[in-house]
Design a protein around this ligand. Sequence first.
Ligand code: SF4
Length: 192
Amino acid sequence: MTDAERFEQLRTNCLACTRCSLRQGCQNVVFGTGPVPADILFIGEGPGEQEDLSGEPFVGPAGRLLNDYLCAVGIERESVYIANIVKCRPPHNRDPLPEEQEACIPWLRAQTKLVHPKIIVCLGRIAAMRIIRQDFRITREHGQWFEKGAFSITATFHPSALLRNPQNRSAAYEDFILIAERRAALYGRQRD
Ligand code: SF4
């Protein structure tokens, strides 16, 4: 089986997942989107309303803001993989519970293995606390880099948080500049 076939199988299995109760309250399992492999894996916390309805991560206003940042630093959205810690929408957009994250994280691990990025970017504190460190403080530690195994990992503000708190937008822009620089350093040039 090729990696592409493995990934398709993974998606099919994930779309049928009922491992936690979030599936009962959502319209769609939002698996993720992007090329496989990809240079960068962006990880958010979970689908919102628009994402739940469309089945795609980071659509709607937060997704458009993410697109703006990517565009501003010369990264094509189509060239990166985008996923979430949990694939089903938590009710009323609440934070995913630890047991829901625990149930869902094997899907993300399997995705990561096949997407094979050198760079992982956590979008917001929930993803950063899960991927980098439980006591991660997004306001103090965004833009810092952590080397874990084969991955260079960083975190920046979640686009939804930036919509609520625009005062952090310039700091987020600085983070995206660093992400683009790290990508150039690790890959030499952008993939076609
Ligand atoms: S959130 Fe994850 S673990 Fe829970 S049902 Fe959806 S895909 Fe399965």
